[in-house]
Design a protein around this ligand. Structure first.
Ligand SMILES: Nc1ncnc2c1ncn2[C@@H]1O[C@H](COP(=O)(O)OP(=O)(O)OP(=O)(O)O)[C@@H](O)[C@H]1O
Ligand SMILES: [Mg+2]
Length: 438
C-alpha cells in the first residue's frame, strides 16, 4: 500500500487537481487486476475539503463524523478511566489503606468535584446508575472525611468488573473504516474525507492539538491505508502541520512545482528545501530516539506493527518527485530546474539530493482544467494529451521513479523525457499503431 502525498508551497497551485487525476491515472494503470478497489484518495484538507464536491460524490460519513465519533469515544473512555481512578482511591481511603493527606487522594477529590459529567452517557454504561449516584453526592463532599457518605455507592461498584468494561470499551469502540470510504463507480477509485470543514468547530480545533486524539485519527487512517494498493493524500495549503507525523509512513512525496510566475517558482523551490529540512530533522530524531509528542507516539505504533528496521528503511527510502504545473513554455522548466539546483547547492544539499529528487511529469497550463465549473477538475480520460501527462506521473509512482530523470540529469535529458510523455503514453501510441495495422 504505497502512500503518495501530494504537497506544495501554497494555496491554489494545483495539488487537488493533480491528486484527483493521479488517482484516476493510477486506477487506470492497475486495471488489469480483478480487484477494483485499489486506489483511495484522501482529502486531508480539514478546513476546506473540496474533493467530494469536485467529484460530486458525497460520502455517507465524512471526517466530520469521524472526529465526532473519536471525540465521543475519547470523552466517554476518558471519563470512565477517571471514574475508575477516583473510585479506587476513595475505596482505598475508606478501607484505611490510603491516608487522608495522600497527594493522589487529594487530586482525586478535586477531579471528582470538578469533572464535567454533562456529556457522559450514563445509560449506555453497565454501571451508569452507580456512577450517576456517585455524582449526586458531590455537593455534600468537601474533605476526605465526608467520603463516608459514599460507602454504600462504592460498595455497589465492583471495580474489577468496571475495569473489564472499561477495557472492552477501549478495545471495541472503534469506527468502522468502511463507513467512511466511498467507492466511486464512475472513476473506479475510492475517496475518504470531508465535506464539512471540521476545523470550523471549536471542539475540533482544540482536539487537533491533542496528540492523543490525533493518534486515534492516524490509527483510523492507517487502517484505511492497509485496505488499498495505493493511497493518495491531497494536502491543504501550508501542509498538514497537525498531521506531520504522517510523513513517517509516506512512501512517495510528490511536489507540485508551480511554474506560473517567478514568485510561484521561488515558493516551489523554497518549499522543497523546507520539506527536506523537515524530513532530515524527523529522520535524525527518529534515529537518535529524540522524537517527542505525536511523532513519538505514532512512530512507536509503527515500530510495534512493522519493526524498527522497516520503519527506518521506509524513512530512508522515501521517494521524492516533482510535477511541474501550469507550464507554458519549455524554458520555464529549465529555469525552474536551474534555480532549484542552485538553491540546493548554496545550502549544500545538492550532492545529497540530486539523485533522489526525480522529475515525474508536467501538466501544462490548460483551459480544460477548470475547477470553477467542477467539470474540468478531473480531466483524466477526457482530454487526450492531459491524460498521457497523468499516465506518466502514475507510471513513475508505480515503478518508484525507476525510469524518470533525477535532478542529476541534465536539462536536456529532462526535457526529452517530458516530451516523450512517459513510457505509458508511448506504449499506448505503439498499441494504437499496432491495432491500426491489424
Ligand atoms: N495546469 C493548470 N491549468 C489551468 N488551471 C489550473 C491548472 N492547475 C490548477 N488549475 C486551476 O487552479 C485552481 C487551483 O487548483 P487546485 O484547487 O488544484 O489547487 P490547490 O493547490 O489544491 O489549492 P488549495 O491549496 O486551495 O487546496 C483551480 O481552479 C484549478 O482548476
Ligand atoms: Mg486543494
Amino acid at each position: 500500500m504505497p502512500i503518495v502525498s501530494i504537497i506544495g508551497p501554497k494555496g491554489g497551485i494545483g495539488k487537488t487537481t493533480i491528486s484527483l487525476n493521479t488517482a484516476a491515472a493510477l486506477t487506470q494503470s492497475l486495471k488489469t487486476s480483478a480487484s477494483d478497489r485499489r486506489v483511495c484518495l484522501i482529502d486531508l484538507d480539514l478546513r476546506l475539503p473540496t474533493i467530494s464536491s469536485l467529484l460530486d460524490s458525497h460520502p455517507n460519513k465524512t471526517f466530520y463524523d469521524l472526529f465526532e465519533t473519536l471525540a465521543n469515544r475519547t470523552y466517554q473512555v476518558d471519563f470512565l478511566r477517571t471514574i475508575y481512578h477516583i473510585s479506587t482511591w476513595f475505596k482505598g481511603y475508606l478501607e484505611g489503606s490510603v491516608p487522608a493527606r495522600d497527594e493522589k487522594l487529594v487530586r482525586c477529590l478535586a477531579w471528582y468535584k470538578n469533572l464535567n459529567a454533562d456529556l457522559f452517557r450514563f445509560a449506555d454504561f453497565r454501571f451508569g446508575d452507580q456512577v450517576h449516584e456517585l455524582f449526586l453526592h458531590r455537593g455534600k463532599i468537601h474533605s476526605p472525611e465526608d467520603l463516608k457518605i459514599l460507602v454504600p455507592v462504592l460498595d455497589a461498584l465492583d471495580l474489577r468488573k468496571f475495569k473489564e468494561e472499561l477495557k472492552s470499551r477501549e478495545d471495541n469502540a472503534w469506527p468502522v473504516a468502511e463507513e467512511f470510504i466511498k467507492y466511486i463507480e464512475e472513476y473506479g477509485f475510492s475517496i475518504l474525507g470531508g465535506e464539512i470543514p471540521i476545523l470550523g468547530k471549536k471542539n475540533h480545533r482544540k482536539r487537533i492539538n491533542e496528540p492523543e486524539f490525533l493518534l486515534l485519527f492516524l490509527e483510523v487512517l492507517n487502517g484505511v491505508f492497509r485496505k488499498f494498493d495505493y493511497v493518495i493524500l491531497d494536502t491543504p495549503a501550508g501542509g498538514v502541520n497537525h498531521l506531520s507525523s504522517l510523513m513517517n509512513c509516506i512512501d512517495h512525496v510528490l511536489f507540485v512545482f508551480d511554474l506560473s510566475n517567478n514568485i510561484a517558482v521561488n515558493g516551489s523551490v523554497d518549499a522543497i528545501h523546507s520539506f527536506i529540512d523537515y524530513y532530515e530533522d524527523l529522520y535524525d530524531d527518529f534515529v537518535s530516539g529524540k522524537l517527542t509528542g505525536l511523532d513519538k507516539a505514532y512512530v512507536n505504533r509503527l515500530v510495534a506493527e512493522k519493526g524498527e528496521r522497516a520503519v527506518r528503511e521506509s524513512l530512508e527510502n522515501k521517494k521524492f518527485s516533482l510535477v511541474f504545473n501550469r507550464c507554458q513554455e519549455e524554458r520555464e522548466i529549465t529555469g525552474g530546474l536551474n534555480q532549484l539546483r542552485e538553491y540546493l547547492d548554496t545550502l549544500d544539499k545538492l550532492e545529497k539530493y540530486k539523485d533522489r529528487i526525480h522529475i515525474a511529469g508536467l501538466v501544462p497550463h490548460h483551459k480544460v482544467i477548470n475547477i470553477a465549473n467542477n467539470r474540468g477538475a478531473l480531466f483524466y480520460n477526457k482530454d487526450g494529451s492531459l491524460t498521457e501527462r497523468m499516465d506518466q506521473v502514475a507510471a513513475n509512482i508505480v515503478d518508484n521513479n525507476a525510469r524518470c530523470p533525477s535532478l542529476a540529469a541534465g536539462n536536456r535529458a529532462v526535457l526529452d523525457y517530458l516530451r516523450k510523455q512517459g513510457w505509458m503514453g508511448f506504449a499506448k501510441k505503439l498499441h494504437r499503431v499496432a491495432s491500426s495495422l491489424t
